[in-house]
Design a protein around this ligand. Structure first.
Ligand SMILES: Nc1ncnc2c1ncn2[C@@H]1O[C@H](COP(=O)(O)OP(=O)(O)OP(=O)(O)O)[C@@H](O)[C@H]1O
Ligand SMILES: [Mg+2]
Length: 272
């Protein structure tokens, strides 16, 4: 694990490690979110370190996906959502009026649980966002497509069928294709919401290897139900329950030496 253990601060409700020695990618302060008046996130304050893997764990309905979606403003699409608090990316408030949301979503890419390749060729899937940015020259597109597929550990498996349908790929290959499509537009952050939960064990391991390999150039945030997966791939883990941040620490520490009984009960399976 590359992260060193920094000093800790404890608040009344949460045991939160202060990652003083790592640069922040996101800083979240006093974040509250409600769906139609029903509170889903309660006063969350945490930093997400740059070029690390941060995992969000916790029981179903605790707010993991909600928190992830705030980070690239996916909730803007939902009129029933109300939010308070501040989220900044590299020091800039992501909700400021001058923020270009399309550009924010380019910088902060998102991968969902079920692979969702577009109904087009492998090549066109990866080139899709790049073409939208106005890049049309075939040689440039070819280079970006190869680079992105290679970065997503898929190039060798698909290089001879780039113009075949993306839907003919296996589930695990489709998920890596979606990651390649996201990487092609050069994001700074990759948000992954249970990216391997629909996949077989071998494909899951490939996704985990990929996550580890990407953190040298990206910040990754991973939602997972699988605690072994969080322990295998993440540097830091945040445990959420009922919309609250309960404990947040270096992953090794959180799993081997949780500070709060609530965390221990969850990770030892006494609570689902
Ligand atoms: N679009 C929505 N409209 C209304 N309520 C929602 C919506 N999305 C989520 N919620 C509610 O917000 C709370 C948090 O949901 P969220 O999907 O963030 O949980 P989660 O931790 O990702 O759960 P899971 O592990 O099952 O995916 C839940 O009570 C859920 O019912
Ligand atoms: Mg979820």
């Amino acid at each position: 694990m590359s992260a060193t253990l920094p000093s800790r601060v404890t608040s009344a409700s949460a045991a939160v490690t202060d990652f003083a020695s790592t640069a922040s990618c996101f800083e979240i302060e006093g974040l509250c979110l409600a769906y139609d008046g029903k509170q889903a996130l309660r006063n969350l304050t945490l930093r997400i370190p740059r070029q690390r893997v941060t995992a969000f764990i916790g029981p179903s309905g605790c707010g993991k996906s909600t928190l992830l979606r705030v980070l690239n403003r996916l909730h803007d699409l939902n009129e029933d959502v109300s939010r308070q608090g501040r989220v900044s990316l590299e020091g800039q408030d992501i909700h400021a009026p001058q923020v270009d949301v399309a550009e924010l979503r380019r910088r902060v890419g998102m991968v969902f649980q079920t692979p969702n390749p577009f109904p087009m060729s492998i090549y066109d899937n990866v080139a899709f966002g790049v073409r939208l940015q106005g890049i049309k020259r075939k040689r440039v597109l070819d280079e970006i497509v190869e680079w992105a597929l290679d970065s997503a550990a898929l190039w060798d498996e698909v290089k001879d069928r780039l113009h075949g349908s993306a839907w003919a790929l296996s589930g695990g290959q489709q998920q890596r294709l979606v990651i390649a499509r996201t990487l092609a537009v050069q994001p700074d952050v990759l948000l992954l919401d249970e990216p391997a939960s629909a996949l077989d064990p071998i494909s899951t391991l490939k996704i985990e290897e990929l996550i580890r390999s990407l953190k040298s150039r990206l910040t990754l945030v991973l939602v997972t139900h699988n605690m072994q997966q969080a322990a295998r791939v993440s540097d830091y883990t945040a445990f959420l329950q009922d919309g609250e941040l309960v404990e947040y620490a270096a992953t090794d520490n959180l799993f081997t030496n949780p500070r709060l009984r609530r965390t221990e009960n969850y990770i030892t399976g006494r609570m689902s």
